[in-house]
Design a protein around this ligand. Structure first.
Ligand SMILES: [Zn+2]
Length: 242
């Protein structure tokens, strides 16, 4: 039985399945008690964290940008520390097609929400870093969209897939900073005229799950700025950078 792996998953569940899951929740909670994603301590509801682990993972900060990146990115912000709980929630989502960590990521975002300097950003256009279409088809989703979209839309942001990845790129994790920049150069384009119209002259919020060297985000920001975006602010769920 793999019920806990799908419980709470977002996506294309039918209404019937969703209501079945709701009805089954007490049974699942009994068979597989919800636990903190970081320390495994039992918690009251699925997706909850214990307060200490949540406080450890949450570290909202402005990320330093290299000179080249500063030319195209106005600000970059990370919400949490990558190593530890967030890594263990993100890896199965990215590489194993498992969405069961989403409720915990949702809890994390709601906690971040309270600490973000929200007044600095009026809700506008939110654009995810795209996956190569074939890769997204295989994975079944864009993880950045699953993480951020509902949370941002609830706050009045317009989610727009304004960028396309035009070629398959190597995984960034095996490359150094120079290799990473070369790997993603010219790998993105504005998806269509409608998207171009939507971003021209407007501030854009660019979203990704992880910030490592920022090469992918900088390349996306460069394309957005070239298409006329007034500014590009980046939010990522997690980073090891300070
Ligand atoms: Zn814990």
């Amino acid at each position: 039985m793999n019920a806990p792996q799908t419980f709470g998953a977002m996506g294309e569940e039918s209404g019937f399945l969703a209501s079945m899951q709701k009805a089954m929740a007490p049974v699942l909670d009994f068979l597989f008690p919800p636990h903190c994603p970081a320390c495994d301590a039992y918690v009251e509801t699925r997706g909850a964290w214990c307060a200490a682990c949540l406080a450890n993972a949450l570290r909202i900060r402005r990320l330093p940008l290299s000179g080249a990146h500063r030319k195209v990115i106005d600000e970059a912000w990370a919400f949490g520390v990558y190593q530890g709980a967030l890594r263990s929630l993100l890896l199965p989502l990215k590489f194993k097609g498992r969405t069961d960590g989403l409720p915990a990521l949702g809890t994390f975002l709601r906690a971040a929400d309270e600490k973000l300097p929200r007044a600095a950003w009026m809700p506008g256009i939110a654009v995810p870093v795209p996956l190569f279409p074939k890769k997204e088809k295989t994975r079944g989703y864009n993880q950045t969209e699953l993480i951020f979209r509902a949370w941002l839309e609830a706050d009045g942001w317009t989610w727009r897939r304004a960028l396309l990845r035009t070629r398959m790129t190597e995984p960034q994790y095996g490359l150094d900073a120079v290799g990473r920049a070369a790997n993603v150069r010219d790998a993105f384009t504005v998806s269509d005229d409608e998207a171009r119209e939507a971003i021209a002259g407007r501030p854009v919020l660019l979203l990704d799950d992880i910030f490592t060297t920022g090469s992918t985000l900088a390349e996306c920001a460069r394309v957005l700025k070239k298409a006329g975006a007034e500014s590009v602010v980046e939010w990522v769920l997690a980073s090891d950078r300070d």
